[in-house]
Design a binder for this molecule. Structure first.
Ligand code: FAD
Length: 379
């Protein structure tokens, strides 16, 4: 049990978000880098270990409190929120769920303190939605596994110390923790992204990289069914809250602007066509936040429905984030299309959420399949 007060953690996050992130988010986006002091503060405040249980050195927040923390950080800066998604939700969350005690002891305390940064290396040139198609290989060699291959689009690979890598041995997929300084690991920065620009995305190449056998996560063959599914469950929960964050930020932008800007001698917010966009955003943000909380309640004891509830929350939340941020651009008119206001950045960031952690189309396929099984009459 953690004796941390979640509301105190969230209050600290809000203070950091308001003073240390929101005023600088446009600069991070423009410079395509997250300054080291941001990562240091996220670590020092314990946010990078927020969802890691206290016994491994984290704050031990439950999914609902952690979701709220994600929203607070994500509303101020999408790239900083992405660090939470990748490091804390995906990698640390997967190790907490699946790693051996030895592997947990080896890495979780350092991840919880943010002394080491972790990223998730699944995607490849020809393995995106079809994640099982990875061609990065592993072979057993004595007390090690040897990895060869190339990963693409890996968030924070540019600064990470550890990589959770998914690889295949003739169709048997397994996952490994690979340390950055292992001989044969090479990263090449990628730039020019629509959003998440300050997330140090890179390609990662593995050339005969020897990994100690103890760094295998959850056993040989557990790569796709267990590790990837667990990682994506944590990642999707985080992205669902990221959608709420961006939609909430967009809502505040459009309301603030519509109540000040005058055209035709009246505030534009009095125009019914503008009111419709505001009303939709108010309603959709409230609905998305409730879906996230609902998913969080299923996740807390990890019930059988947790994965589908999380898919539903991620799908809805990323969809309405795209809609609300697009409407914010519309309400701000020319200013919405200009980097002097946050709306255009929010709009770019929201689109990313419909692509990562399972595209919206893949969510639709899974949700429809669930719907047929659950709701088709049997007679
Ligand atoms: C900013 C950013 C950060 C990222 N960070 C990471 C990271 O940290 N780690 C990592 O491993 N990867 C990362 N990725 C990669 C990301 O996970 C993939 O881009 C994503 O899974 C989609 O794969 P793809 O780009 O190959 O698209 P594709 O799989 O080629 O999909 C292209 C289109 O086809 C559609 N489609 C594909 N299959 C189906 C189907 N069966 N039914 C219906 N439609 C389908 C998709 O929905 C999509 O619209 C990142 C990507 C971005 C943009």
């Amino acid at each position: 049990m953690s004796d941390v007060d979640p509301s105190e953690v969230i209050a600290r996050a809000r203070s950091f978000a308001d003073t240390g992130l929101a005023p600088r988010a446009a600069e991070f986006d423009r410079d395509e880098r997250l300054p080291a002091d941001v990562v240091r503060t996220m670590a020092a405040e314990g946010f990078l270990g927020a969802a890691i249980p206290a016994r491994w050195g984290g704050l031990g927040l439950d999914p609902l409190a952690y979701g709220e923390l994600t929203e607070v950080i994500g509303k101020a800066c999408a790239s900083t929120r992405a660090l939470l998604t990748v490091h804390t939700s995906i990698v640390a969350g997967t190790l907490v769920d699946l790693a051996s005690k030895r592997l947990k002891e080896k890495y979780l305390p350092a991840l919880a303190r943010g002394e080491r940064i972790a990223c998730f290396a699944l995607s490849e040139e020809n393995a995106g939605s079809d994640a099982a198609a990875v061609t990065t290989t592993y072979t057993r060699k004595g007390d090690t596994f040897v990895l060869n291959g190339r990963k693409k689009w890996i968030s924070f690979a540019g600064i990470a110390d550890l990589f959770l890598v998914v690889a295949s041995d003739h169709g048997t997929t397994s996952a490994f923790i690979v340390e950055r300084d292992a001989p044969g690991v090479d990263t090449r920065p990628m730039s020019g992204f629509l959003g998440n620009r300050a997330t140090h995305i890179a390609e990662v190449a593995f050339a005969d990289v020897e990994v100690p056998a103890e760094n295998l996560v959850a056993g040989v063959g557990a790569g796709f069914g267990f590790v990837v599914n667990t990682a994506l469950l944590h990642g999707r929960y985080s992205i669902a809250w990221a959608g709420v964050a961006l939609a909430q930020a967009a809502l505040e932008e459009m309301c603030s602007y519509a109540t000040r800007r005058e055209q035709f001698g009246v505030k534009i917010g009095t125009q019914q066509l503008v009111q419709k966009m505001v009303a939709d955003a108010v309603t959709n943000v409230a609905a998305a936040r409730e879906l996230c909380r609902r998913a969080g309640r299923f996740l807390a004891p990890r019930t059988a429905d947790a994965a589908m509830e999380t898919n539903i929350a991620k799908y809805f939340s990323s969809t309405i984030a795209q809609r609300a941020t697009s409407d914010a651009v519309q309400v701000l008119g020319g200013n919405g299309c200009w980097s002097g206001f946050p709306a255009e950045r929010l709009f770019r960031e929201a689109k990313i959420l419909e692509v990562i952690e399972g595209t919206s189309q893949l969510q639709q396929v899974m949700i429809a399949d669930f719907g047929y099984k659950k709701y088709a009459r049997k007679n």
